[in-house]
Design a protein around this ligand. Sequence first.
Ligand code: BGC
Length: 856
Amino acid sequence: MSGAVIPDEAELRRRVGRLSLEQKIRLLTGEDFWALYAEPEVGLRRLVLSDGPAGVRGQSWDERDSSANVPSATALAATWDTGWVEAIGGLLAREARRKGVDVLLAPTVNLHRTPYAGRCFECFSEDPLLTARLGAAYVRGLQRSGVGATVKHFIGNDSETQRMTVDVRIDDRTLRELYLAPFEAIVREEGAWAVMAAYNGVNGSPMTQSPLLRDILHGEWGYDGLVMSDWTAAHATEAAAQAALDLAMPGPASLFGPWGDALLEAVWKGTVDEALIDDKVVRILRLAARVGALAHTLDPPGLPPAAPTLLPPGLSPDTPDSVAVAQELRAAAAAGFVLARTDGILPLPRSRPLDRSKPEGPHRRLRVAVIGPNAEVARTMGGGSATVFPPYTISPLDGLRAAGLHVTYAPGATSHLRAGEARAPWLLRPDRAVDPGTGAEIRFLSEAGELAGSELRDGATFMWLSGFASSGVTEPVARLEIRCVIRATVGGVYQLGVSGLGRYRLLVDGAEVFDATLTLRENADIAEALMRPPQQLAPVELAAGQSVDVVAEHHVDSSPFAGFATLVQLNLVSPHGSDDEEIAAAAALAAASDVAVVVVGTTAEVESEGFDRTTLALPGRQDELVRQVIAANPRTVAVVNSGAPVLLPWAQDAAAVLLSWFGGQEYGDALADVLLGDVEPGGRLPMTWPASEEGLPSTQPADGVLTYHEGLFIGYRAYDRDGREPLFPFGHGTGYTTWSHESITLDRAPDGRKWTGPGVAACVQVRNTGSRRGREVVQVYVSRPDSAVERPAKWLAGFATVDADPGETVTVGILIPERAFQHWAGQGWSTEPGSFVLAAGPSSASLPLTARVDLP
Ligand code: BGC
């Protein structure tokens, strides 16, 4: 916990009492997109919020304002290591303070109800217990450094389709045992300082006005933190005020949200009680006190300093490109890599003997064919509000080259279904200085065509939320001009273009190439509009070394989202062979190498907030690429760069399959560490990896309603019930050593975790039977034979990580909380008397140890 002094309820109410109704209501909606109002009269300074969870973006969407990019939630979850996740929470807290942020909009603890869900990468797991443990650790890491966490999205936001309007129908037991469980554990154990109410409704009420906020969150769990709306999720003035929603985001109320003057009038009319307003302000002030944004005393009056000076002792304001941050992110990424199968090819040697019959003789460097689109441009995070701008990213190609191997590269096939962002070495800033650098110049023009501002940027995607103030432009902007130089590396036909919404003109060397109005499919989500915008391309023939001046013009008001967000992205596809030619070239390269490392994956247009996937297949012809590479060289390691499961129809044919998630900015270095055996692939699957699309819950509402028909049976619970075989089961993963799970013994814990009361302590003994030090994740599941209640065949009840040397035996204690033996029985939690079975082992599909627990 932070060292902040938290005024008691009476003191907070005394402060609220100093404010007029107008002042109080003003506090209930943001001042702008990311901040709350200051109120000097009660010692409250401006309080800043930021996304989350893959880093701390800060108050602008700007590649120059860089942030440490941590591995995706699925990658962190795959560590099954609360220590790692808490450490990452601590790193994010330092980032938050560096960027003047008080509250992070993370963690996302919705469940992987189905792998189609667009934001799976942002959520930890399909299992509520694993999600709860890791979510709590994330919150602990943030809040112990005085930065607030926002546990989101409460509740039922487990997919994206129609998320702003859909009514999700979840039966009570499923709600309690699955979807509410992580929120409950985090709120009760960590006292999360903020919770975000989701866009969707549950069982008839939009979540910003749902009775669940008051009845369960406040009433049952005793939550004393703040509830904020998801961005623009609050609509109803009175219903949201009467519910336990405290803060409508974003602001100001004159532009967004249902409160402001309308709420003032409602209080005057008597339809909303002023006491409700006071309760909300109390919670805002309590949050402010917790993050150090509330003066300890009003006498003498004064505002506390802005966030960055509040770094507790011992927290260093490392920049996101510092060595310390890089080391931590590199190790964290590797800790989550899951070695799903291997025939022993890994770890790779750095060199091989010139003469195979003389292993002691002279060696040469290992020749590695690095193949695949994501090997060169890796995904280090998923798309949507989780986007941050890392100071750099290490691709697999960079990482393997830096490791000193003899590396050659072939892209093979594309993972982009649309043209990618323009980038180095083709994209240059417009001044023709010797080294203008990668990027573009942006000119902000008024209606009359006058220059209102300009800036030099480093990338090719430009987005502004709610006006252009983040670029220092406060005058009205009618038109944007993006100017850059495109320099051809090889001669041929380049596709140049723009993505966005509204009207765009593209000029090359002063001549118009197109003037197009880009429109989105009907009812598309705003996040889809921003992450997968429509695009217009035009072929431009260039000679090798030729440079052309490119200008993209955008009329700001031509976009349907003009007041909310403005987007311009420059796109470029350089000349390349047909997919057939590229795949054949990749296979030839593999055949001529000692080993092939083929990196396949998804992109932001596949895994993102704002839309769900409609297929789990890898985009483009990547499956064919892997098959042909394996055919050319059976010594092929397939590396999967996705945030959530994709189908791997060739998995049994690859010499090894390494699932590596969205690994954050140090992804490629971590990959080299693991492939070369410097580091153990420490991960285990936090979700079931499907073999096919059969039997998976749908994300598609019918008439605005999405019913969770499958009830309790998601993930491994469904596979167990249906007797279906996944490709890789929940909890699965191997490493570079082997283990024997030797014994399990039980002790009744006299006093278990404080929120669950008594539980059972399981002691599990495991032995490292291999030849090198390694890490195992011991998992304990509960089952209830002959139950009178319908239940899953088994459910995760506890886990622990073990590190051991060769031959070493380790005993770990794993607390199985009382809740693990309970089910929701209509009005409350109930324990069915009789015998439960605890089963322990290395994965949900391999549980060699069992013990019986008899409950009265
Ligand atoms: C997302 C939230 C996010 C918010 C602010 C919303 O669209 O659902 O997760 O925190 O935007 O960016």
